[in-house]
Design a protein around this ligand. Sequence first.
Ligand SMILES: Nc1ncnc2c1ncn2[C@@H]1O[C@H](COP(=O)(O)OP(=O)(O)OP(=O)(O)O)[C@@H](O)[C@H]1O
Ligand SMILES: [Mg+2]
Length: 415
Amino acid sequence: MSCFLCVGKSREKIESKNNSSYIEKKQSTISSADKVKIDMHLNLSVNDKSEDDSKHDQLSLDVKNLNLNDEVSTDGKVAKTFTFDELAAATGNFRVDTFVGEGGFGKVYKGYIEKINQVVAIKQLDPNGLQGIREFVVEVLTLSLADHENLVKLLGFCAEGEQRLLVYEYMPLGSLENHLHDLSPRKKRLDWNTRMKIAAGAARGLEYLHTKMKPPVIYRDLKCSNILLGDDYHPKLSDFGLAKVGPIGDKTHVSTRVMGTYGYCAPDYAMTGQLTFKSDIYSFGVVLLELITGRKAIDHRKPHKEQNLVAWARPLFRDRRRFSEMVDPLLEGQYPVRGLYQSLAIAAMCVQEQPNMRPVTSDVVTALNYLASQKYDPQIHPIQRSRKRSSSPGKSEGHRRVTSNDSETSDRSKD
Ligand SMILES: Nc1ncnc2c1ncn2[C@@H]1O[C@H](COP(=O)(O)OP(=O)(O)OP(=O)(O)O)[C@@H](O)[C@H]1O
Ligand SMILES: [Mg+2]
């Protein structure tokens, strides 16, 4: 797999199969509604759904044809269209002080749209970026079909001339990444209960994508920067541009280019291009590890052996006595020992190398709902002895995205 730096900030996106264009020209057999179910003993059983059905699912068809109707409406849920002028007015013409961040798709602004009387986040597609129309269409279609309290709401979009903008509900606390990594001394650290609440909510969002959506969807981009936080740290998954309809019939995977973010991408998928629901479970395990340890999925500032979070964690998983070394020092010992063991056990299962050894989403949800319900109270529970981080934090490198699209190389790092 060849890799190259691409999209926004200093993110590396993974993509393989030597396609010359970021937009998939030749769609891999787009598949759809199957329900891959793996029971508690991890035996694979497939709930058949005919290929014919899948051929007619709207997400597959529209993505194939890059179709967007003026207003996307499914089951009464409507993603509105906005004019460019409306969105410019909402942000004071994309004024600098409305800028909230930037990713691979483009810049994000905070605005207020009068006609819907709502504060919104507006994402403007960067025409020079490598994410493009396909991501835009997939995002609109996926979120128009989705409706869950742990998925960010798409309020509408604008596709006027060359302009492509997405309008979301505004998430006042920003992304999980902002609360976990490179905190300024004055920023409040996340306590144990909040971390478990975020993990459980993210798992429920993922479960919805995997098991409740029709067709079921593989997210492919689960990471801390894509978990947005509402009031009271209510988590919602965002960024569905890489989402892929899951395998159908007796298929267990979708063959596709490898895309995602270093450090979060399952090794089996990265090596074979075979995407499964378990690829998302791996990414979830990485996020859970980040929540527990406070470490980044990839951190080039750390000593070589500690740069990859999963590689660092694997030997430690085998020795319970070393679990306390793994916990985020910023928790200052304020965590439940049993909860730490249990959450590490879940993370260890999720990041197993063999995809069929990873748990199904519903089991992850059950386990995390339980963990989140076990409230830790430092006034009652003993404070644990905590170890210092083994390397000093410096400036963030962020997570880099890579594609193997050799023809287009750009590093628009703004860090
Ligand atoms: N709905 C939203 N409400 C509030 N802030 C948002 C919203 N969507 C995105 N942001 C902020 O905008 C920033 C950029 O988000 P974006 O999703 O474009 O990039 P990213 O997730 O950081 O990177 P990548 O492109 O690799 O996914 C994030 O830091 C996030 O905090
Ligand atoms: Mg994002």
